[in-house]
Design a protein around this ligand. Structure first.
Ligand SMILES: [Fe+2]
Length: 246
């Protein structure tokens, strides 16, 4: 089928996060993190973190559009996979708190949006973007990928491993995200971190006046059970206004 994810196009073979649902339908388990060098065989139980209640269609909140900002990479990295903390086969990971970010992309009725490309771009641990004007090149973490993409699976799910972005001047911490698919208008938004004090005053987040819609942009990053190094995990679902006619 033409739309099947192609290894090597959107995933590099060295890092594939395979997801499966085990037991109850809202239990996500990250089965394995594969690398070319090593098979880490991590089995991370994310069930309590990735619990997505079986929402009724009328309860779904359409995810607000947010500006892409000026710092979408002006030059894409050589590695564009969904693991932003390791570039290709580098042995030195990025500086920062490791954060797993995953969720489901659906339409307003809850139907999964399959085989769509989810992009993520954000600052590194020093607040620098992968953009020539996105902060001091001297401070930049050379081991942070800055950008990644992932093709949603048959259930509309996506997954990234990245770092928790620090605030940078004028903004509360945020992730930039987009969803695109052939023949559709690209959807762009930003994901925020629950509990960040600057969320209350952030001028872009607070452009969304409706409280429920605004809160739908804020994900709860919780400690990953069993992580000895303080890794975090969050679920961030995106509900798009796409219709079959779009
Ligand atoms: Fe930004």
């Amino acid at each position: 089928m033409q739309n099947e994810p192609e290894i090597g196009k959107y995933f590099s073979i060295h890092t594939i996060f395979a997801l499966r649902i085990e037991g109850a339908e809202d239990h996500y388990e990250v089965m394995h993190i594969f690398t070319r060098r090593t098979f880490l065989g991590k089995s991370l139980q994310l069930a309590p973190l990735f619990a997505t209640p079986g929402l009724m269609a009328e309860q779904l909140t359409r995810t607000p559009y947010q500006t892409p900002g000026p710092f979408y990479p002006d030059k894409l990295p050589l590695d564009t996979d969904n693991d932003l903390i390791v570039i290709n086969d580098a042995l030195t990971p990025s500086v920062g708190t490791v954060a797993y970010l995953g969720g489901k992309v659906s339409d307003i009725k809850g139907n999964p949006i399959r085989h769509a490309t989810v992009e993520l771009w954000q600052v590194d641990g020093k607040g620098v973007y992968l953009h020539s004007r996105g902060g001091s090149r001297k401070k930049m973490d050379p081991n942070f990928q800055g950008y990644g993409r992932f093709m949603t699976d048959s259930k509309g799910r996506y997954f990234f491993r990245t770092i928790k972005p620090p605030p940078y001047p004028g903004r509360t911490p945020h992730f930039h995200m987009s969803v695109s698919a052939k023949g559709k208008k690209k959807f762009v938004t930003q994901c925020y971190i629950k509990g960040e004090p600057q969320n209350k005053s952030d001028f872009i987040l607070n452009r969304v006046k409706d409280e429920k819609a605004r809160n739908s942009l804020i994900a709860d990053f919780l400690p990953l059970p069993g992580s000895k190094v303080g890794e975090l995990a969050a679920n961030f679902d995106m509900v798009l206004g796409w219709t079959p006619e779009d």
